[in-house]
Design a protein around this ligand. Structure first.
Ligand SMILES: C[S@@+](CC[C@H](N)C(=O)[O-])C[C@H]1O[C@@H](n2cnc3c(N)ncnc32)[C@H](O)[C@@H]1O
Length: 348
């Protein structure tokens, strides 16, 4: 996987198209959880299909070589599409999406496919009728699977005799850390010299590692919000159990509030983080962004998690041009294991 580095992977608005093309040429544009890759890539499996452009070649005329490459890419796209259709249908047939061998294997295969398919093939895959007919379903399965995974680990950590040690066993801890670290690097470019007074994470889920990561990274108070009472109760139990391991850091002061992202007051916060799964359709996302603009203080920053390319099969994609009330400052499509794209915007 390519390494993360601010100069390569971040797309400043002025040069977004050019840099996307450069990254695509290098086979590195990716997008997408809000968050952590929810499932590990387990075992070699069949892979997402042959790399494009590996056609026969020797002795062919240029036209024939180009034709072969296109044909090969089309065949690869068909294989990737068939795989995604099959995986979605198998996940749909499961009675529960709680972590277990079948759930882990199927989600791992989905994540591996969306993160490793080269962009030119991915573009064709997204237009495949079987895939486009299942996009909503796959996003819904992914959201339910991620919530079930987080609830499972939140409970497991909160009830462990040594919650700190159990937290270190959480297999996706590195994904959360990497994601939050990338977001903080991006945000710091636009934060003033003052430490923000407070950050709010909308859609914290039962395992509020984004909220604790921001509290630790920014050295500030963090408020974690969720509209699901079960997620709120689990997040509070998790924080109570891990408070001792967090010591006296700001992270230990993270609080969880039961409220809706469309309603919770935002004026006191200098940074607002919008989880990828708050607003799961384009219409719902636009509505939530509009309501954030109505409640945020001018000049404060929004970090919105998004998705790009095939990763948008798992998480909704935000079109920066629809973010009225905001000045979009940075858009980043990470390469590698981090699935979510991120947008930094200033409330105007
Ligand atoms: C699976 S989780 C955790 C966050 C995830 N890792 C991410 O970044 O998207 C997403 C959470 O968003 C919450 N959520 C969805 N819509 C919301 C809303 N309108 N207001 C508050 N919470 C919301 C859900 O209840 C769920 O717990």
């Amino acid at each position: 996987m390519p390494s993360w580095d601010d100069t390569r992977d971040t797309m400043h608005l002025a040069s977004t198209d050019t840099e996307i093309q450069a990254d695509e040429a290098a086979g590195q544009v990716t997008a997408g959880p809000a968050g952590p890759d929810p499932y590990p890539a387990s075992g070699p499996g069949e892979g997402p299909g042959a790399a494009p452009g590996t056609g026969p070649g020797a002795g062919s005329a240029a036209h024939s070589a180009a034709h072969s490459a296109a044909h090969s890419a089309a065949r690869s796209a068909a294989a990737v599409a068939d795989e995604l259709v099959g995986l979605t249908d198998q996940l749909s047939a499961l009675e529960s999406l709680a972590p277990g061998p079948d759930v882990n294997r199927l989600f791992s295969a989905v994540v591996r496919t969306v993160t490793t398919t080269p962009p030119p093939v991915a573009r064709v895959v997204r237009t495949h009728p079987g895939v486009s007919a299942r996009t909503g379903r796959l996003r819904e399965l992914s959201a339910r699977g991620e919530s079930a995974l987080e609830a499972h680990w939140s409970r497991r950590i909160a009830t462990a005799s040594d919650p700190g040690a159990e937290l270190r066993r959480f297999p996706y801890g590195d994904n959360y850390r990497d994601l939050v670290a990338m977001e903080l690097r991006l945000l710091r470019r636009h934060l003033g010299p003052q430490v923000p007074r407070s950050v709010v994470v909308l859609g914290c889920g039962p395992l509020p590692l984004t909220a604790t990561g921001y509290a630790r990274g920014l050295g500030t108070r963090s408020v974690a919000v969720d509209h699901d009472p079960a997620a709120v109760a689990a997040a509070r139990r998790f924080l109570d159990a891990t408070r001792e391991a967090a010591g006296s850091t700001r992270e230990a002061g993270t609080v969880v509030v039961h409220d809706d992202a469309h309603r919770v007051p935002l004026r006191e916060h200098d940074v607002v983080v919008l989880a990828a799964l708050v607003g799961t359709t384009a219409t719902a996302k636009t509505a939530v962004l509009r309501s954030l603009a109505a409640r945020m203080r001018p000049e404060t920053l929004l970090l919105a998690r998004s998705a790009h390319g095939l990763r948008a099969l798992l998480y909704p994609e935000i079109d920066p041009s629809t973010m009225s009330g905001f000045e979009v400052l940075d858009v980043k499509h990470p390469a590698g294991d981090v699935i979510n794209s991120m947008i930094v915007a200033r409330r105007v």
